[in-house]
Ligand binder design. Sequence first.
Ligand code: C2E
Ligand code: CA
Ligand code: CA
Ligand code: CA
Length: 277
Amino acid sequence: LLPIGAAIAALIVAAMVWGLRRRLSSLGELNVAIKRREFIVHYQPIVELRTGLCVGAEALVRWQRPDGSMVRPDLFIPLAEESGLILPITDQVIAHVVADLRATLAAERHLHIAINLSADDIKTGRALASVQAALKNTDIEAQQIWLEATERGFMDVNSARVTLTNARAAGHAVAIDDFGTGYSSLSYLQSLPLDSLKIDKSFIDTIGTDSATSSVTPHIIGMAKTLKLKIVAEGVETQEQADYLRKHEVEFVQGWLYAKAMPATEFIAYYQHNLAQ
Ligand code: C2E
Ligand code: CA
Ligand code: CA
Ligand code: CA
């Protein structure tokens, strides 16, 4: 029995070492990608439900490998967040938003771009400083840049309150992202300076189904209204979902029913077309 146990133990150790090596090598790759500035941004339109007009977009990072292939953010953001590499990635996202859209934003004052912030971005306040530095010497107004933070980003609630208060004082709107997937209580949310709330796709998915969660969605909408927050529903894929959200007076929607995330040039064309309608 003993040799088998030892063999299993050795296997486990080998697997751990292998896992660690892999993680270290992907960390190395991530570091190289940051140095080579391989991160770009795609934009997913945000639509006002009442008018059907595009009012903004969410900036979604993409890792573009030298061979042209694109890596999805859920494959590298968690590692970047754990390893402290998210800060330089956020900086690259901010730089792209300004470079891609400065002329469009200067010409279209009603257009806003939402940028995702991770826990470290908020805790250190560095992302806000980066946004302010990037907007300097441009015609972009602070109110045109919205900031999205998940509940994970509010873990350190005191530093979060400081950063969010500073962000709003500078003119930015602040949204709580992926709402409903964390564990925020109403009183906790009430204590933070927020403008809007993004309902996570997992809740939108249940609209029109008889799953147990489907009964939660109207409560989340009600909660946002109680807190006087504007609502953005994410991941809207069907007309039935859109109709339901309109009936519940949700202000903004985002999802494949309207448009997927797209490169900046396509987004500018989409926005101008959508305005002309
Ligand atoms: P998120 O903030 O919840 O962003 C929405 C995600 O849902 C995006 O995935 C978007 O492409 C996808 N989506 C939107 N509408 C639909 C739909 O109708 N159907 C389906 N199936 N999916 C839809 P994406 O771009 O892969 O981003 C994944 C996550 O990665 C984001 O979730 C966000 O948490 C994170 N992320 C993306 N960009 C950044 C960034 O610049 N910084 C940080 N810190 N995180 C980012
Ligand atoms: Ca987001
Ligand atoms: Ca979200
Ligand atoms: Ca989400």
